[in-house]
Design a protein. Sequence first.
Length: 126
Amino acid sequence: MFKTMTSVLNPKANPSIEEINKIPSYIFCRWLSGNPHTITAANMINAYDKIPIENQFNMIKNAFAGKVKFIPYPKNTKEDTLKKIEYIGKHFNISLEKAKEYLEFISDEELNNIVTMYTEYELKGK
């Protein structure tokens, strides 16, 4: 799916309709919002979300292919941070608000140890 999305920037690439239809519109817009040149197009697609994905893809391809070289894929940092706060709260037996404060002061090494300990514990429990 990511290769198909990035092919929108290559004027010579022509993915099949089936490959294009596998792209969720939300993910496509989120990816487009990673570049200041394409963010207005992503906003337009969000406003008119009923446009079929093939048309969205073709519109972006016609507007930006060959002009924009690279758009980074956004990382899921919010979800990771929430898990870390949850683990700190469990580890020190404190509220999530206090755990959020602890996150600012805890060393990276200690945080990694806590995260590793709880992820291993969750994997064993499943």
